[in-house]
Write a protein that binds this ligand. Structure first.
Ligand code: PLP
Length: 426
């Protein structure tokens, strides 16, 4: 309560902006995930690894736009690419060279994506990948995981789709639990009708829960046995490893049939992509009779294609991908050491981490259902505490490192986490 009243007192301008926005936006908000009590800060400017709010405070940005902000804010090469592109024209209503070049760069990192299409968001990429899988298999069911997040329209919680009129006929299994998948596919009707298994190679939004050994391999075998398309949603995890995503760590025989991407790959602009096996993606080839349609006014907009190309070509080189990954692993290990014996649990992989407030040990957190005792109130207190000390993370404890963060900023973060634990745990 004290933290909340301090927050209100410190952030009078943010409050005024929120009060005004409430008149036109539900809850003053247009991205549900960005709301928190008592009201969200209004940020007016960002640079490198810092955010600046309207009341004159600055924050170390550890949220990194839920992974889309990999390059940091206003990265000079990205800004240059966008500015130059804008001078040439924002959207031509025509093909142009950068889209083929960006596709080529993505393919180099994700060899399982033999052909690619671009979209405006990860949500659309999922939508199109699922449509492709249904058309390719001529089947109707989609196997997903409880807690899975594949975009605003594809969210699964407590055994249900969170969309009222869910667009697909879903089978919902438990993450990291192969027997729960076997059980669903044991049913003849399910097995014969399953068009796709879609899985996050690390469950992201539900708390950065990595796959256990052999889980993804198991998915490959089960999808093949059932004749279903295996889709890896690497919208969040595509930043992992120099080789491109979590799939780069699997042997070539266990790669997915299709992959969805988004976030930073568009250079921080609106972006999504789906792709995979040639014979599936050729369904969209407009030279073919009865080709599937895939449209989108902004799919190949010049700004995104140019920013994305420069980012992959000049900034997020394989070396930097490895460095960032190692940095995230080191930070998580330090935080796990610092919090040993407390309710704070830090999960994740590489440069993505998530804080939980649970008695369950990190190695036993294999699905969101293992976090039933997560103390969300303590999580909210931690969030406000960090804001007060100048560190910006997601309310639900999610952290995604950007390339712009310095060692000193990460050390400062660890020190503040220690202070919090000292003050809030016996
Ligand atoms: N898939 C995953 C795994 C995601 O984490 C997200 C977004 O967080 C999406 C899809 C949706 O992407 P977008 O927000 O660009 O629609």
């Amino acid at each position: 309560d004290k933290l909340a009243s301090n927050f209100t007192a410190r952030n009078a301008r943010s409050k005024r902006i929120h009060d005004a926005a409430i008149k036109s936006l539900p809850g003053g908000n247009t991205r549900s995930v960005l709301y928190y009590e008592p009201f969200p800060l209004s940020i007016k400017r960002a640079e490198g690894s810092n955010l600046f709010d309207v009341d004159g405070h600055d924050y170390v940005d550890l949220l990194g736009e839920y992974t889309a902000g990999l390059y940091g804010h206003s990265e000079p090469l990205i800004i240059n690419a966008i500015t130059e592109a804008a001078k040439r024209g924002i959207n031509f209503g025509s093909q142009h060279e950068d889209e083929g070049k960006l596709a080529e760069l993505v393919k180099q990192r994700f060899p399982s994506m033999e052909l690619i299409r671009f979209t405006n968001s990860g949500t659309e990429a999922t939508l199109m990948a699922l449509s492709a899988a249904k058309a390719y298999t001529d089947r109707s069911k989609i196997l997903v995981f409880d807690g899975g997040y594949h975009g605003g329209a594809f969210t699964f919680k407590n055994g249900k789709s969170s969309v009222v009129n869910a667009p697909h006929d879903y089978l919902i299994a438990r993450y990291n639990d192969l027997p729960s998948v076997y059980a669903l596919l044991d049913d003849d009707a399910n097995r014969q009708q399953v068009a796709a298994i879609i899985v996050e190679p690390m469950m992201g939004s539900s708390g950065a829960i990595p796959p256990v050994a052999k889980f993804l391999e198991g998915m490959r075998h089960l999808a093949t046995a059932a004749g279903a398309v295996l889709i890896f949603d690497e919208v969040m995890t595509s930043r992992m490893h120099a080789g491109g995503g979590i799939q780069s760590q699997l042997s070539a025989s266990i790669r997915p049939d299709m992959t969805t991407l988004g976030k930073y790959i568009g250079g921080g602009m609106s972006f999504g992509a789906f792709g995979g096996k040639r014979e599936i993606m050729e369904l969209f080839d407009p030279r073919k009779p009865n080709a599937l349609s895939h449209a989108g006014t902004f799919n190949n907009n010049v700004l995104t294609m140019s920013a994305g190309r420069v980012g992959l070509e000049q900034i997020f080189t394989p070396e930097r991908a490895s460095q960032l990954h190692a940095r995230g692993d080191k930070l998580r290990k330090t935080l796990q050491d610092v919090s040993r014996g407390t309710l704070m649990k830090v999960t994740g992989y590489g440069s993505i981490l998530c804080f939980h407030w649970s008695a369950t040990e990190v190695e036993d957190i294999k699905s969101p259902q293992d976090l039933k005792d997560d103390d969300k109130t303590l999580g909210d207190v931690f969030h406000l505490y960090l804001l007060d000390r100048g560190f910006y993370i997601a309310r639900r404890g999610f952290v995604a490192l950007s390339l712009a963060l310095t060692e000193a900023q990460l050390d400062g973060f660890v020190a503040v986490v220690r202070d919090f634990l000292r003050a809030h745990e016996q």
